[in-house]
Ligand binder design. Sequence first.
Ligand SMILES: [Zn+2]
Length: 133
Amino acid sequence: MEYKEMLKRALSKVRKTDETERFEVPAPEIFIQGNQTVIKNFGSIASALRRDQKHLLKFMTKELAAPGYCDGQRAFFQRVVSKSFVAKKVDNYINEFVKCRECKKPDTKLVKEGRILILKCEACGARKSVKQV
Ligand SMILES: [Zn+2]
């Protein structure tokens, strides 16, 4: 029941980051639980970005300046933040770790070369090292 509702919401709230792009990332679905912020569709966001949930989690805990963990689709952070704040951080992640710097397309992957993380574009072939999270 709850899972179905979650799925329905995730599907209905798909937004575009840019009018001209086909790249679609679900808007964060959040709720506050005590002094925690829960992102209900964290797993869907990570998979829409084609990124490891753990990598996104690490980035988010740093950006939100709060410890966090994943439990299935959900992510929990030990701080109360707004939905727009979370959405902005996801956008930052996209700009830093998903979008190609050259062609701005999201058809990229992160590859590790030694200790360096490289954002490799599958559309134009550009390579750029990214910061560690
Ligand atoms: Zn590119």
